[in-house]
Design a protein around this ligand. Structure first.
Ligand SMILES: Cc1ncc(C[n+]2csc(CCO)c2C)c(N)n1
Length: 256
């Protein structure tokens, strides 16, 4: 093959991969979002309109088109710092509720990522706005923040690993879905860094890893037909309740 032939093949491959990427995006949209495994899409479908209210909330749309007032974003971000502190505790609880070493490792990794990466992002943005970390830590928690984080912790304390994971899932995978969708619109907004954090391939990989953790945890405890288990409905309820608490969290950002 001459060099032109090689170039033409490379170009065709590019065209093909673009077409594949577009097909993938179209399939993703028609399904209501990325799958991240097999359990998550079932829980998402069972949550019905609540999932839409969470992932298409006006706060989210404002991030996407840049119309979200900075004051609302900062109110959200300061509360989110406190939220992440409680979520680190919840993932640490998941380490103690785990039943396999792989589960323990996956949850411990998330605790580490939260404490050593995600929290720093919030601290850096707040520092740039003149809010020091000590002030963040001593801010009063909003009732919506208390309701959500303590609901998740209670799901873990009163239930088993699956109860806790079902309550943790909307947070992790919902942000993956929101980030991917907002980034695919390609708007240049003041919130591009926030969007890029969750659209990044690193975070999308995390979402797939968490999706696979959920699938294995469900199969390990409920077998190959989990939807037949008497526990299935309760897990769907946990997922939906956490989803509704995410909606309230966005509302808190817009209030005041
Ligand atoms: C209200 C609220 N919900 C979800 C997230 C996203 N999030 C929370 S913890 C975590 C990492 C793994 O658990 C991610 C991505 C957030 N920051 N704030």
């Amino acid at each position: 093959m001459n060099t032109n032939g090689i170039a033409a093949t490379a170009e065709r491959k590019d065209l093909l991969s673009n077409a594949q990427a577009e097909n993938e995006a179209a399939r993703t949209l028609s399904k209501g979002g990325p799958d991240y495994g097999v359990t998550f899409p079932l829980w998402r479908a069972a949550a019905g309109a609540s999932w839409h209210d969470y992932t298409r909330h006006p706060f989210v749309e404002g991030l996407g088109d840049g119309t979200l007032p900075r004051k609302a974003f900062m109110r959200y971000l300061v509360q989110d710092y406190l939220f992440l502190v409680q979520f680190s505790r919840a993932w640490a609880l998941a380490v103690t509720k785990a039943e396999t070493l792989d589960e323990m490792r996956a949850c411990a990794k998330t605790v580490h990522a939260l404490l050593d990466k995600e929290l720093h992002l919030h601290v850096a943005i707040c520092a740039a706005e003149g809010i020091p970390e000590a002030e963040l830590f001593s801010t009063r928690e909003a009732p919506q923040n208390i309701a959500y984080t303590r609901y998740v912790l209670d799901a873990g304390h009163s239930g088993d690993f699956l109860d806790l994971i079902a309550a943790l899932t909307p947070c992790v995978l919902g942000y993956g879905e929101i980030g991917a969708r907002l980034a695919s619109r390609g708007n240049e907004t003041g919130y591009a860094d926030w969007i890029a954090t969750y659209a990044a391939s690193g975070y999308q990989d995390t979402c797939r890893a968490v999706g696979s953790l959920i699938d294995s945890a469900v199969a390990y405890r409920l077998g190959s037909e989990p939807q037949e288990s008497p526990r299935w409905r309760r897990l769907c309820n946990r997922f939906e309740t956490a989803t509704r608490l995410e909606v309230d969290f966005w509302e808190m950002g817009l209030s005041g």
